[in-house]
Design a protein around this ligand. Sequence first.
Ligand SMILES: *Cc1c(COP(=O)(O)O)cnc(C)c1O
Length: 390
Amino acid sequence: MYRIGQEEIDAVARVIRSGQLFKINDAGRECLQFEEEWKQRFGCRHALFMTSGFAALTSALVGLGVGPGDEVIVPAYTYIATALAVTAVGAIPVIADTDETLTLCADSAAQKITAHTKAILPVHIQGFPCDMDALTSLAKAHGIAVLEDACQADGGTYHGKPLGTIGDAGAYSFNYFKVLSCGEGGLLSTNESTVYERALIYHDASAVAFFGDQLDHVSESLFGGTEFRTSEITGAIMREQLKKLPDILRDLRRSKAALIAAVGRPLDLLPSHDADGGCATTLALRFGSEAECRAFLQRCRDAGTDAWTPIDTGKHVYTNWTQIMEKRGAFHPAMDPFRMAENRGLQTQYTPDMCAFTLRTLARTAYIAIDPDWDAQAIEARAAAIHNSI
Ligand SMILES: *Cc1c(COP(=O)(O)O)cnc(C)c1O
């Protein structure tokens, strides 16, 4: 979250005064209006606002028809929720290496494709766009779906196209740590009506009757779903957050460019598949070795500038996805995809060294968080720290 204030306070007050906190109501219909505004801004046909990014990922997988017997390729570097969304629908996450940008490597993904692969799940991690041309053509060649995890990439673009709208479906998160935030929230976007309608049923089991008129391709009694509904309070906050998105991105990019310029010496930036389209939430620097990277981090911290390496980010690194690595995919053994008969013979050989390239790249990368609201002094202080630490 970057900017929240009076606009959101007024929006929440409006909802509370109306007394209409459920999303189907006779007052503002904030959640539904937020979805309309999102569709207009991002140019997608369907948007479904819900409780979290995880909810959006699982609903999208259900929408795409992924389930037991299916493999979904995920990158070795992403928050564990990406992989757990796959097990939540009974499928098997297959872990592939990242490329030098720390996003899903198309070559590694290609090597993992089998007759069981149903989808590829690229993650625009830290707002850095994935190699979408290579990944979408790979998926097309094999007749499989692409679900973009854009949870860390609200508003980023790849060759001008909004991240999350390039594949068959996209998932966004609005939890506290994301570009836009209402505390907790998420959104699924897709252009495919069947994906949308299946996700609609899944995300709102008991209230599907409210949406009966939106179901043109599937029956509302197709299957029982779960509950990922949001309240009008979060809908009202997100409408204000969305209005702020262009300015937040402009100022993130401005801060990042100013910081790079102010360092005043050449920097080895992590390469990107679209450096201008990224969200610019993070300055990512490459070093020759983990030791050089750690020495840089220590000098930055000594100079009062917070910097860290993604290898230390816990559940973002596949080796720390304990429940996946140890194959405990559900609360009950009969619902555990790792024990299901349908999944026998699928790729579940997880070892700590299976994506060594990703681990090496993570360990020699340094991150510095960008703030859209830095003043010149804040930029100077960080630039000096970086200059003196390299
Ligand atoms: C935050 C995040 C999620 C999950 O989003 P929640 O809203 O916390 O459920 C999934 N994938 C990635 C890459 C994330 O950063």
